[in-house]
Design a protein around this ligand. Structure first.
Ligand SMILES: *Cc1c(COP(=O)(O)O)cnc(C)c1O
Length: 233
């Protein structure tokens, strides 16, 4: 049986190999360990193996782990769908939110972020596959939302995030990731200062890194198959 530490090493090696074959430097790509559904003990194990940044999808579950593990000084990213009645908890407990797709949610997070904390780092989630059911702002609406979010005082807009439709078609995946990269380039050309492309999960680390990912969000390949299904977003 592989341990969390063994799997973390395997994932780091995959990221590094993908970066190298894309002629990128491996440390341009940060690994976010997605610990949703896994207990605090699993996070502790990954932290002992050197992992510092963790991603959570469910507000209360994430907040409970953050409190249980406070003494470890880890970095916490909220990556799931966010309802307005949960923004206060997220604004006070997390360091990053990847899933902003409405101005109203961003405004609440900014208003609720404690002035004694660093600004909350945020990414806009973009619906790159055009699926009706998916969360995320439409590509044509990214620029307006980005400008509005960038003006909010307690947030720091870092970049874009996407979750393409599940497919084994690597060419299609690369096109989805390339779209996110191009949208980001347009925002930068329009004057925004952005450094983050959050894309790539256990099954598509390689195409995401090839298209410029700076954060890959990896759960299963580190912690194993989840017993509870992933939040359908
Ligand atoms: C669950 C989840 C991940 C991790 O997915 P794996 O396939 O387990 O690596 C990444 N991003 C988001 C938004 C998720 O919900």
């Amino acid at each position: 049986m592989k341990t969390i530490s063994d799997r973390l090493q395997d994932v780091r090696a995959r990221v590094a190999a993908a970066a190298t074959s894309a002629r990128r430097t491996p440390d341009e790509v940060h690994l976010l360990a997605v610990s949703k559904t896994w207990p605090a003990a699993a996070v502790r194990e990954a932290a002992a193996a050197g992992q510092r940044a963790f991603g959570e999808n469910y507000v209360q579950e994430g907040v409970d782990k953050i409190e249980a593990l406070r003494e470890l000084g880890l970095e916490w990213h909220f990556i799931g769908p966010l309802q307005s009645n949960k923004t206060r908890l997220v604004a006070s407990a997390f360091d990053w939110v990847h899933s902003i797709d409405r101005l109203k949610i961003a405004e609440r997070l900014s208003a609720q972020r404690d002035v004694h904390l660093a600004p909350l780092n945020v990414c806009l989630q973009v619906n790159v596959s055009g699926e009706e059911s998916k969360s995320g702002v439409a590509p044509g609406e990214v620029a307006a939302l980005a400008q509005a979010v960038a003006d909010l005082p307690r947030l720091r807009l870092r970049g874009l995030m996407c979750i393409p439709e599940p497919t084994g078609d690597v060419t299609l995946l690369r096109a989805r990731f390339a779209l996110l990269r191009e949208l980001q380039a347009q925002l930068i050309a329009a004057g925004l200062s952005l450094d983050t492309l959050s894309m790539g999960m256990s099954h598509d680390i390689e195409p995401a890194v090839a298209e410029g990912a700076t954060i890959v969000r990896v759960g299963t390949a580190i912690f194993g198959e989840r017993a509870r299904p992933a939040n359908p977003n």
